[in-house]
Design a protein around this ligand. Sequence first.
Ligand code: HEM
Length: 226
Amino acid sequence: MNRLAGLLNTSIGQKLVLAGSGLALIGFLLVHMLGNLTIFQGREVMNGYAHWLQGHPLLWLARGGLIGVFLIHTTLALRLAWANHRSRPIQYSHSRQNQETTILSRYIALTGLLVLAFVVYHLLHFTLGSVQPEHSRLVDANGLHDVYGMVVRSFEVPAVAVSYIVAMVVLGFHLFHGVRSLFQTFGLFHETYDGTIRTAGWVVVGLIVAGNASIPISVWLGLITV
Ligand code: HEM
C-alpha cells in the first residue's frame, strides 16, 4: 500500500494512472458512440436502448466509476501540466524526443480543456435538459423518453450541429495525441513502431470521431428525420 502511495507521488506513477484512466475513457467513448449509432436504426430502437440504460440497476455504479475516472484523469492532467510548466527552463533540451514531448503535452492540455468545456455543455444539453429544454421533455408513442426526437430536433439547429462537429474534431486531436502519449508512457514509443502506433491511434480515434460526427451530419443532410 505504501509502495503504491509512493508510486503515485512520482511523476511516472502519475503518468501511468493518467494513461490508464485515459484508456478507460476511450473505452467509454467507444461504447457511447456505438449506443449513439442506434439512431440509424430508428426511434424505437434508440429510445428502447436509452430506456434500458436509464433503468439498469448498475447505472449509478457505472456513472460513479465514470465520474471517478474522469476526475482522476483531469486532476492528474492539470497537475502534470502545471508541474511541466513550472519546470520548463530545466527540462528544455535539444533532443528531438524532448521537444516532441513538450509540443505533445501542450496540445493535449489545450484540447483537453476544450473537451472538458464540451462535456459540461453536453451534459447540460442532453442529460440535464437545460439547453433547448423544449426538446428534452418529448415522449414517444410508447410513453418512453424520446431521446431520438431530442437529438434530431437539436441537430436541426445548424449552430448546434456545427458546435458538435467542431467538438468531435477537437476531441479527435485530443485522443490522437493522447494515444501517442499513452504509448510513450507505457514505453511503447519507438522510431520503428511509430508508423504502426500512428495507424492504430488513427483507427480508434477515427471510429469515435466519424461515428459521432456522422449523426449531426446525417440530420443536416436530411438522412435522419423526426
Ligand atoms: C454526436 C455525438 C454525441 C451524441 C449524439 C451524444 C448523445 C448523448 C445523449 C442522447 C445522452 C443522454 C442519454 C440519456 O439521457 O438517455 C448523452 C449522455 C452523455 N454523453 Fe453523449 N453524445 C455524443 C458525444 C459525446 C462525447 C464526445 C462525450 C464525451 C467526451 C459524451 C459524453 C456523455 C456523457 C458523460 C453522458 C452522460 C451519461 C449518463 O447520463 O450517465 N457524449 N450523450
